[in-house]
Design a protein around this ligand. Structure first.
Ligand SMILES: NC(=O)c1ccc[n+]([C@@H]2O[C@H](COP(=O)([O-])OP(=O)(O)OC[C@H]3O[C@@H](n4cnc5c(N)ncnc54)[C@H](OP(=O)(O)O)[C@@H]3O)[C@@H](O)[C@H]2O)c1
Length: 272
């Protein structure tokens, strides 16, 4: 039986993956903020097969806080000897800069720092798996220069597009650190081929909200369909870093200073 840890496993694609792996008799650890949503997910599964839910557990955490991400790592380490698959799917879209009670920019922490803390913090548990796999749901392909090392938290200038590109580039670089630590690891940055009809959880203006509602209604795919390529990749993972849009492998974006940039990020995270 595999142990699958899924952040953002209470909704959207994370919930679809949690349901899939529970139906497949794997052990699933869901990380999210809402226990109510987790229990609703279990209730829906239990209606078909009550035994499914025995292998599910929930860790309530706000991953926009670094202390919470560290607590999640400790709780997983205390309860599990091995992690086979780590899916990083937590998402809360903010169009404006938002500082948390820790004094850090919320999107940078949720979409990158927490992923860094979980991936590196669970290295030893992943190393005990035969086919350790990290699926980082983060659209690959951001440009090499997308990270502003002098202003990682966008104090001087915040825009959704800039912040999103920076997180995506950082998540690709995280794969360098993760695969150096564990050469047998599959580290996959993955984005859906097209829009997925999910909760689009976030604090956004009405234009973005209406766009997601309209596009969601006319053009989006169901989470259960969107995750099919992830399921196939986890079943037969490549070794090392790789990037995908849907089922299609896409080139990793290489720059002349990738390794240096990855270690620069690691140094910056030590301050968190
Ligand atoms: N939907 C798309 O078309 C699309 C396109 C490109 C990329 N993506 C990426 O795909 C991933 C999954 O997105 P989705 O659309 O499936 O998500 P979603 O339906 O919006 O669900 C977001 C999940 O993240 C959790 N979450 C939100 N804030 C959190 C926090 N502070 N701490 C911990 N958990 C938190 C939510 O759980 P609680 O409510 O329990 O907190 C929920 O389970 C994201 O990385 C997103 O950027 C999605």
């Amino acid at each position: 039986m595999k142990t699958v840890v899924i952040t953002g496993g209470t909704d959207g694609m994370g919930a679809a993956l949690a349901s899939h792996y529970l139906r497949e008799s794997e052990r699933v650890v869901v990380v999210g903020r809402s226990r109510v949503k987790f229990e609703a997910l279990l209730a829906a599964l239990a209606a078909d097969d009550p035994a499914t839910t025995d292998r599910a557990s929930f860790i309530a955490a706000d991953l926009s806080l670094t202390a919470e991400s560290r607590r999640v790592v400790e709780q997983i380490k205390a309860r599990h000897e091995r992690v086979d698959v780590l899916v990083l799917a937590a998402s809360f879209i903010r169009q404006k800069r938002h500082e948390t009670v820790e004094g850090h920019e919320a999107s940078w922490v949720l979409f990158f720092v927490s992923k860094y803390i979980l991936t590196t913090g669970l290295t030893s548990l992943l190393a005990d798996s035969d086919h350790p796999t990290v699926v980082n749901i983060s659209v690959p392909g951001a440009r090499v220069e997308a990270i502003d090392f002098d202003d990682l938290e966008s104090v001087r200038c915040f825009s959704f597009i800039r912040s999103n590109a920076q997180q995506r580039r950082a998540n690709e670089l995280l794969g360098i650190l993760a695969t150096v630590e564990n050469p047998t690891l599959a580290y996959l940055t993955w984005g859906p081929r097209r829009l997925v009809k999910t909760s689009f959880a976030g604090d956004v203006g009405w234009v973005m909200k209406m766009s997601s509602v309209i596009l969601g209604a006319v053009a989006a795919q169901r989470p259960a369909d969107a995750i099919e390529p992830i399921i196939a990749l986890v079943a037969d993972p490549p070794t090392g870093r790789a990037a995908y849009r849907g089922a299609a492998r896409v080139p990793l974006v290489h720059g002349p200073h990738d390794a240096d940039d990855a270690y620069r990020l690691a140094t910056a995270i030590k301050e968190y």
